[in-house]
Design a protein around this ligand. Structure first.
Ligand SMILES: [Zn+2]
Ligand SMILES: [Zn+2]
Length: 555
């Protein structure tokens, strides 16, 4: 009897980001993507939210490799952190994806800890007990791969992030016919498919349809300097910007480290065509008339230190934004970044630039398929079992409903969340809830343990400030040597604070004196008094609850 196969979701089900799953037999584990997610304002100091790497660390001896479906941060961004914690495994992916992985590993100085194994479109590779067929898929980055993973329990088909673009910029279409053939023989036992746009009707516009719109914007801005921003891995968009610029007789310069590196990589791999004569260094830009250049920049999400945000703030070393500039944001804001992008657009406008964004002209299309494309995938793959992945909870639910509307029995669609596991066995698929925590936080460069108390403390510090109250006691005589000290940060301002502080000092001095008259007083009882007296007074007089740090010093 074939052994059971489990799929454990270590991230990406419930939030969009930090995608990672472990596909396991008794003695082998295949990691499927290992991405990161950026934190939100409720997590001050958190650099990054990682998948549940602990699950992999506990099974490190079983790991036979890691598949990376494509080069987006939410799929590759945590690999280096995993390697830094002592994991080591070969990584399989397309040339462009591995190029991006290599940059990340290089940044963290862990390139020697993982062998990068390049796979070609439609290649079949044996990895431990698994045989993986890599199929080309269209998405907003070159080199995306669907994985058809043959396991002891049949084929698990992972869609990767995908859209079904009939006219991809590079001509590399999704290999739907092969998915259809696998569906016929041997059949798709379990489908794991992208749910990002599962609640959006219709289908996503082809990437190549952006080219004509971009060309129009270039024509309308003849004589002006054009600065474009898009995701630095989106080489198909960059290609279309380049084509519009070259047709307009402009030279192209890249701005921003990741854009420069990715463009270099894509040109080496012949995924991006920029005529040498049209390619200039950013240092040369000022020597051309505004209408003769196009700058391709990072910073489409308004990230604080990105090239475009720096220029918008007037502190770029490479360009000074002025009224002869047109800035094209060929992107949409990732949820959570809207305010940053809006601020950047205001800054650019204040400096006189004209800003063209995807709300005005159709110059951005999603990399994720909408309901019609998901319908096509389900119809072609005809899976026996289905688990929606890559989405917020509402996306997962919408994807389940879509699959059921296409004829899947509801009991054949399992709704899993981060930390859940599904078990594929002869008699079918079963859900085991919360076998592991499902995430992992990186706080100011260090890994945060299971106790997340420090995050709560940071929220209090950010919202209410901190008050330190220090009592100075001679433990031998049992007397206070002077008034308590009160220090605060981010609490109250001005005269109010001064008079409240004076009152607080008197109140705490009395409370400590009172406690010292108690024959059984000790350090901790005095500390308690200081904390209670301070907290009660501050709360009553101001209605606030700053963090109170009581200190007792024994002289
Ligand atoms: Zn993704
Ligand atoms: Zn993606």
């Amino acid at each position: 009897m074939p052994q059971d196969v489990t799929v454990t979701f270590l991230g990406g089900l419930g939030d969009i980001g930090r995608n990672c799953a472990a596909i396991e037999t008794d003695d082998a584990l295949l990691v499927l993507d290992c991405g990161q997610m950026f934190s939100n304002e409720e997590q001050p100091g958190v650099d990054s939210i990682l998948p549940d790497i602990d699950y992999l660390l506990e099974r490190r001896d079983k790991i036979v490799g890691c598949l990376v479906t494509h080069g987006h941060e939410d799929h590759i961004g945590a690999i280096a952190q995993g390697l830094l914690r002592g994991l080591s495994f070969p990584i399989y992916g397309s040339a462009f994806t591995l190029g991006l992985v290599h940059y990340r590993l290089d940044e963290h100085r862990v390139t020697d800890k993982a062998e990068l194994i390049e796979v070609a479109d439609d290649e079949v590779v044996n990895i431990g007990p698994f045989s993986v067929e890599f199929l080309p898929v269209t998405h907003s980055v070159p080199g995306g791969l669907i994985s058809a993973i043959t396991t002891p329990q049949g084929v698990i088909l992972h869609s990767s992030d995908f859209k079904l673009d009939p006219h991809p910029v590079d001509g590399r279409r999704t290999n739907l016919p092969r998915i259809g053939a696998i569906a016929q023989d041997p059949g798709v036992r379990l489908l794991l498919a992208d749910s990002t746009n599962s609640d959006v009707p219709g289908s996503t516009a082809s990437e190549s349809s952006m080219g004509a719109n971009l060309a129009d914007v270039f024509r309308e801005n003849a004589g002006r300097r054009i600065i474009t921003a898009c995701f630095s891995s989106h080489m198909h968009r960059v290609q279309q910007i380049v084509d519009a610029a070259v047709a307009d007789g402009r030279r192209i310069a890249t701005l921003g480290l990741s854009m420069r590196k990715n463009v270099t990589l894509a040109r080496q791999l012949k995924l991006l065509d920029i005529p040498d004569a049209s390619f200039i260094d950013i240092e040369e830009v000022e020597s051309f008339a505004p209408g003769e250049v196009c700058i391709v920049s990072t910073g489409s999400q308004g990230e604080a230190r990105s090239s475009l945000a720096t220029a918008a703030a007037g502190s770029s070393r490479w360009m000074t934004i002025n009224e002869l500039d047109t800035v094209i944001l060929s992107s949409h804001s990732i949820p959570g970044n809207e305010a940053r992008v809006s601020n950047m657009m205001n800054d650019l406008t204040r400096r006189g630039a004209k800003v063209v964004h995807s709300g005005l002209v159709e110059i951005h299309t999603s990399g994720h398929g909408k309901r019609d494309e998901l319908t096509t995938l389900h119809t072609v793959a005809t899976p026996e079992w289905f688990v929606p992945v890559h989405g917020e909870y509402r996306h997962l639910v919408a994807h389940r409903e879509l699959a059921c509307s296409l004829g899947m029995k509801p009991e054949r669609v399992l709704l899993a969340k981060d930390g859940d596991q599904v078990v594929l066995r002869d008699k079918g698929l079963a859900l085991r809830e919360k076998v592991t925590s499902g995430d992992h936080l990186l706080l100011n460069g260090t890994f945060l343990g299971a106790d997340r108390g420090v995050l709560g403390e940071r929220q209090v510090l950010g919202q209410q400030g901190v008050v330190t109250v220090t009592a100075i006691v001679d433990f031998d005589s049992g007397r206070q040597l002077c008034d308590p000290w009160v220090e605060s940060r981010g609490w109250l301002d001005g005269d109010d604070a001064d008079s409240l502080r004076d009152e607080l000092v008197r109140l705490v001095a009395d409370a400590v004196d009172g406690e010292l008259r108690n024959p059984s007083w000790d350090r901790s009882s005095v500390l308690r008094k200081v904390r209670r007296a301070s907290g009660g007074f501050i709360n009553k007089s101001t209605g606030r609850r700053p963090m109170i740090v009581p200190v007792v010093i024994d002289t």
